[in-house]
Design a protein around this ligand. Structure first.
Ligand code: PGA
Ligand code: ZN
Length: 416
């Protein structure tokens, strides 16, 4: 056992050039743990609050100096001397110190940075790999499984100035065995995609998650292009396509407006469009296919082929109470898990446990604004997640997370 001796924190920049926190926990024996918090661009309305300074003279109000002060001030005072092994007690202490339903007093960014840094320091103190330590905080008793990457190669929505409405066009290397084979296969696809985009005059900028911000004139054209590149590179059965629609970003006055169809669509018509995409391109996963509208999700589950999975992100926001409500409807097949949507490791693990009990697919995810922190890769292995969604490896903050998966895989192989 070791107790928390010191908690320090500083403002750093994320991959978008927007401030975030890097927090360091020092234990009484000198062991340290660090964690950097990510930030979302298309955030769900029910996410815990990311505390920003609001000072227009610094980063358009996006500074996090108040959150840093909350870490080194009240949070440090309340946790100093606490046994670092007791993650749940530490997280619950911060939750009650904050006292608000959405962590708006101290900031979910401030609280999460401490929560994760405590786990990192304790893993080091117990001489465990982070994923091994995190496994001990779960009820899972099976062996470790390394998740399959879900890789965002073409970007739209709020993440890119590409004119595409859908936020992410993802490839999923489902036909390969090991994480290394999967990542190499993704690398081959990226090379081919880059050449094909250039040949068609569609190359240029990258989006926030490192995928191509290619200016296709419709969402379907982007999917069609991706499908052709996949087929030129590998046998069709080796890769699947997924889309994160992030539909709330193009929802206005009760309708959805996409470039594929001239007039704005009601939910039912948008669902028909998804059905057409599913049939033409064998879409494996649909994320956030509607805004927060229970009836449309339920209808989608009935109308779309069960070969696809429907994934909730903005709808469930890593919040176990919201998840329980939605599970009752039997309208989703999987959930996105983003620790910063809820603000502590303990609550993130509660959410995952509930999802596992209900046989939902688990997709651990990064955010649009990232750092080199690879905590989510360890978390994904710790909970035997089905997928890790960490953007396009052309951006180093994303590559680091996939590389950590491969590193964990090697570690597990060498242990056998
Ligand atoms: P965000 O994007 O980090 O901007 O929320 C990721 C996602 O929607 O999955
Ligand atoms: Zn999403």
């Amino acid at each position: 056992m070791s107790v928390i001796e010191k908690i320090s924190s500083e403002e750093i920049l994320d991959s978008r050039g927007i401030p975030t926190l890097k927090t360091t926990v020092t234990l009484s024996n000198g062991i340290i743990g660090e964690a950097c918090v990510p930030g979302g661009t298309s955030t769900g309305t029910n996410e815990a609050l990311e505390l920003r300074d609001g000072d227009p003279n610094r980063f358009n109000g996006n500074g996090v100096l108040k959150a840093v002060e909350n870490v080194v001030g009240p949070i440090q005072s309340s946790l100093k001397g606490t046994d670092s092994d007791d993650q749940e007690k530490i997280d619950r202490t911060m939750i009650s110190l904050d006292g608000t339903p959405n962590k708006s007093k101290l900031g979910a960014n401030a609280i999460l940075s401490v929560s994760l840094a405590v786990a990192v320091s304790t893993a080091a103190n117990q001489k465990l790999q982070l994923f091994e330590y995190l496994r001990g905080l779960t009820k899972i008793s099976t062996g470790f499984a390394v998740p399959t990457p879900m890789v965002n190669l073409i970007e739209g929505g709020k993440h890119a100035n590409s004119g595409l409405d859908f936020q992410e066009f993802l490839v999923i290397p489902t036909g390969f065995m090991t994480a290394k084979e999967k990542l190499n296969a993704v690398g081959e696809v990226i090379s081919k995609l880059e050449v094909s985009l250039k040949r068609n005059g569609l190359d240029g900028k990258l989006g926030q998650e490192g995928g191509f911000a290619a200016r296709f004139t419709s969402n379907e054209k982007a999917i069609d292009f991706l499908k052709k590149v996949l087929e030129e590179t590998f046998k069709a059965s080796f890769f699947s396509i997924g889309i994160d629609v992030a539909a709330s970003t193009f929802y206005q006055n009760g309708k959805y407006k996409i470039t594929d169809i001239e007039n704005p669509l009601v939910a039912n018509d948008l669902l028909d469009f998804y059905k057409k995409l599913q049939e033409s391109y064998n879409i494996f996963s649909f994320e956030d296919l509607f805004e927060e509208d229970f009836d449309s999700w339920k209808l989608a589950k009935q109308k779309l082929s069960p070969a696809s999975i429907l994934i909730a992100d903005d709808f469930t926001v890593t919040n176990v109470d919201l998840l329980r409500k939605i599970i009752a409807d039997d309208s989703i097949d999987g959930v996105i898990v983003k620790p910063n949507q809820i603000g502590t490791l303990t609550e993130t693990l509660d959410f995952i446990e509930e999802a596992i009990e209900n046989k939902l697919k688990i997709i651990i995810s990064h955010r649009a604004g990232e750092t080199m922190d690879t905590f989510i890769s360890d978390l994904a292995v710790a909970v035997n997640a089905d997928f890790l969604k960490a953007g396009c490896p052309l951006q180093k903050e994303r590559l680091a997370k996939y590389n950590r998966l491969a590193e964990i895989e090697s570690y597990l192989e060498n242990k056998q």
